[in-house]
Design a protein around this ligand. Structure first.
Ligand SMILES: CC(C)(COP(=O)(O)OP(=O)(O)OC[C@H]1O[C@@H](n2cnc3c(N)ncnc32)[C@H](O)[C@@H]1OP(=O)(O)O)[C@@H](O)C(=O)NCCC(=O)NCCS
Length: 208
């Protein structure tokens, strides 16, 4: 793997009202490792993710961004974000805080479809349910259809991941198929694939 961090000059960035989608920085690793060790973030995955795997993934995502010009961007807040902490107290994430990823990635071969790219997201739980995944995903969707001129986009998750399915619906995707994932453990085998095509986006979702 050839990836290095801090090669932002080669990464196309996206900006929304509240977040910046940018390349990965070494400074992101602490928060990225912490969120992947959080059982809440990993509720719909087979297990929490090790620090080693998290670093490997961050390098892989940065490599993809540099090589393709798009991929799974690191997401950073623009302004402070208020949230309720684990003790039920109001708290604030400062501006320019790394909060996870949103972006585009090749769909794995295990997903039964001809669609090449998926749109995906994983955010730290402090910022959930404030519409940030949807906001970033709309920007990534508009980039995929408007700039890269992709014909189709997919997105898949385990059938019981209601928050992720809701984001798929809110960005204009429809349920394409239910399928049994061939390699995931029993608890995650029941999966759903959502999809949309550029024609649909042009007709209904551009700018929505
Ligand atoms: C999936 C995820 C990125 C969503 O991020 P988010 O910023 O909270 O998403 P949004 O706020 O844009 O939208 C979430 C929607 O799910 C809804 N939702 C949240 N929990 C829900 C639940 N248990 N049941 C049904 N809907 C739920 C919210 O109400 C919201 O819908 P609404 O706007 O219609 O009210 C975030 O939950 C996450 O990172 N989860 C862990 C990692 C993960 O599962 N990634 C996806 C793997 S495919």
């Amino acid at each position: 793997m050839t990836a290095e961090f801090d090669r932002d000059e080669d990464v196309f960035m996206l900006e929304t009202e509240r977040i910046l989608l940018r390349g990965w920085h070494e400074d992101d690793l602490h928060d990225w490792i912490t969120m992947n060790a959080d059982p809440a973030v990993r509720e719909y995955f087979p297990s929490v993710q090790s620090p080693e795997k998290s670093v490997e993934q961050a390098l892989e995502f940065q490599d993809e961004l540099v090589t393709n010009g798009f991929g799974l961007w690191a997401a950073e807040t623009k302004d402070a974000v208020a949230y309720i902490d684990d003790r039920g107290k109001p708290a604030i994430l400062p501006p320019a805080t790394f909060i996870g990823f949103i972006g585009l990635h090749p769909l794995p071969a295990e997903v039964p479809t001809d669609i090449s790219y998926e749109i995906g997201w994983r955010l730290t739980k402090e910022v959930w349910n404030q519409g940030l995944a949807t906001e970033g995903a709309r920007a990534a969707r508009d980039y995929a259809f408007g700039i890269e001129r992709l014909g189709h986009l997919g997105s898949y998750t385990t059938a019981d991941n209601a928050p992720s399915r809701r984001v798929m619906e809110k960005i204009g995707m429809h349920l394409e198929r239910e399928f049994t994932h061939p390699t995931l453990p029993d608890a995650q085998k029941d999966c759903v694939l959502y999809a949309m095509d550029r024609h649909q986006w042009e007709l209904t979702n551009q700018g929505v």
